[in-house]
Design a protein around this ligand. Structure first.
Ligand SMILES: [Mg+2]
Length: 186
């Protein structure tokens, strides 16, 4: 039996900034089949903030202040030790993309956020980004055009994998309502 290969990925970063060079503290993603309304494998790794900053990642005071106001579970997750050096995290995400997807459309929450920040990190680190720029897709744009479709949260708010999963389900619900079952992946 072959392993299923996906052509859509929802990406969610947790960062310490909101510009294109924001320092990344977690990378979450989930592969999905938009036509079938199915979720596939997920990816999650935390990134060592110091390594992200050494690699040119930028910390913004406004984002740090915002983090201080978020829930305990999400804050503790990004504050605890043991994140991967950014170069290792980027290589590991690229490996996951290579194993899980082909010519994937990569969805981020905002035309200037997740995809741009992650691609910038690959550029600064001298590693090839594991998806093509013409496959950048914006979940936030779809959401703005389908305001009547309710969003259902799975897991912990601001955990990158939980956020990516919730957003992928919402996107399926918006674009393929007939394929959507509810809540958990089929
Ligand atoms: Mg998030």
């Amino acid at each position: 039996m072959g392993v299923k290969i996906y052509t859509n990925v929802m990406l969610d970063l947790e960062t310490m900034g909101n510009g294109p060079d924001a320092a990344i503290v977690a990378i979450g993603a989930i592969a999905f089949d938009l036509e079938a309304g199915e979720l596939g494998p997920g990816y999650y790794n935390r990134v060592d903030l110091e390594s992200a900053v050494q690699d040119g990642g930028v910390i913004d005071a406004s984002t740090v202040t915002w983090w201080l106001q978020q829930g305990d579970e999400a804050r503790q997750e990004i504050a605890r030790a043991g994140g991967l050096p950014i170069a290792v995290a980027l290589a590991s995400f690229a490996e996951w993309m290579g194993q899980t997807t082909i010519e994937a459309e990569v969805w981020g929450n905002g035309a200037s956020f997740d995809n741009v920040i992650l691609r910038s990190a690959y550029q600064r680190g001298g590693q090839p980004a594991p998806w093509a720029w013409w496959n950048d897709r914006c979940y936030r744009t779809v959401k703005a055009q389908r305001r009547h479709v309710p969003f259902e949260r799975i897991g912990t708010h601001h955990n990158a994998l939980s956020d990516a999963t919730s957003q992928a389900l919402h996107l399926i619900k918006m674009l393929r309502p007939s394929a959507f079952i509810s809540g958990e992946p089929r």
